[in-house]
Design a protein around this ligand. Structure first.
Ligand code: PMP
Length: 361
């Protein structure tokens, strides 16, 4: 081919997302398939958001509000930050790329946990950056060691809290200990995609720190607890100055009308969020009990998924579960050959997963 593809693209692997239900039904000829592979919310989304969506179809011919005014206002009000501190795009996936576009130049270093959300690595590499991956400590982030890896070339340190795929969190005292050691030329990204599910006490909510650390950014999403994954909307909180730079990279109409409308209402529906939190906690405890009775080791999770050691080749297990209509995230896609990540579903889905897992193991 005469066209020259950038070497960063040639070196990048293709990201394998969770198989959609329709694909499994089509390929395996199954009627009844459940997906516990992408940490979606099986309880759907706020009724208020659903009702509003029906009413705006006729506005589809127009571009959405480029400033995301109502959405940003509601986020700012709900989280007690200033409107100017909020930035939005098509999922926090897109925001991770925006951050790397803004900060990473060829040869820059970026620090992340060895087992964490894979889009950090892809987005850093896309810009010609180098990833320093720090081994896990008891399935959690070794934040002390991560901070020890900082040098003058370090541009970004990624803290995924709760961490995907392990579900683990670090606490306030661990965080306070390392924070003062992070120099201010390093951007601290706090990815809190699952914060609404956190059950642990002493969790360090990054919004409590952000005004003291102008080099810190919070990333959150409407794809998980808010149940709007398909609409693709994520947001970040940062200093007004940083938001100004990010807004040079983010496209004016990235967040569509449906996403803006639904998310603006979803963030205000605390009753829905509480229901989701309670049901998730109940499902998590059910899974823990079942894993305990099966003698399977798991990581204690603050998210809507559990990382569990199935002590077998997970490629095979994944295929076997798939044939029985259950999609999970296998270890070979996570870099953990004997561990799988299973999203917490409705109780009916959790029971079905456990039944099939017991049958196979
Ligand atoms: N961060 C983490 C830790 C995630 O697990 C995910 C989704 N799996 C994302 C960010 C991206 O979510 P979205 O693009 O749907 O907002």
């Amino acid at each position: 081919m005469a066209l020259k593809i950038r070497k960063e693209i040639l070196n990048l692997g293709v990201y394998k997302a969770g198989k959609p239900i329709s694909e499994v039904k089509r390929e395996l000829g199954l009627d009844d398939v459940i997906k516990l592979a992408s940490n979606e919310n099986p309880f759907g989304c706020s009724q208020k958001a659903k009702d509003a969506l029906r009413g705006i179809v006729d506005e589809s011919y127009m571009y959405p509000d480029a400033g995301n005014f109502q959405l940003k206002s509601n986020i700012a009000e709900e989280l007690n930050v200033r409107h100017e501190q909020v930035f939005c795009s098509t999922g926090s996936d897109a925001l991770i790329k925006v951050i790397c576009n803004t900060f990473i130049e060829e040869g820059d270093e970026s620090i992340m946990a060895e087992i964490t959300f894979p889009r950090y690595e892809a987005s850093v590499k896309l810009m010609g950056g180098k990833c320093i991956k720090v081994p896990m400590k008891n399935n959690g982030l070794d934040i002390e060691e991560m901070v020890n890896c900082i040098n003058e070339k370090t541009k970004i340190i990624w803290f995924c809290n709760p961490n995907n795929p392990t579900g683990t969190t670090f606490n306030k005292s661990e965080f306070n200990k390392v924070l003062s050691k992070i120099p201010d030329h390093v951007l601290i990204v706090m990815d809190e995609a699952y914060i609404e599910y956190v059950t642990s006490e002493n969790f360090p909510d990054s919004l409590d720190y952000i005004s003291d650390y102008p080099n810190m950014i919070t990333l959150r999403t409407f794809s998980k607890a808010y149940g709007l994954a398909s609409l693709r909307v994520g947001y970040g909180i940062a200093s007004e100055e940083l938001v100004g730079y990010f807004n040079r990279v983010i496209g004016p109409f990235d967040v569509n009308l449906y996403a803006q409308t639904a998310a603006a209402l979803a963030i205000k529906d605390n009753e829905f969020l509480q229901m989701v939190y309670d049901k998730n906690k109940e499902g998590k405890e059910y899974l823990y009990n079942e894993f305990d009775s099966m003698g399977l080791e798991y990581a204690v999770s603050d998210a809507n998924f559990v990382f569990v050691n199935v002590e077998t080749d997970t490629v095979q297990l994944f295929d076997n579960l798939l044939k029985r209509g259950v999609i999970i995230r296998p270890g070979h896609l996570l870099g953990t050959p004997e561990w799988i990540r299973v999203s917490i579903g409705t109780m009916e889905q959790n029971k079905r997963f456990i039944k099939e897992l017991k049958d196979i193991l």
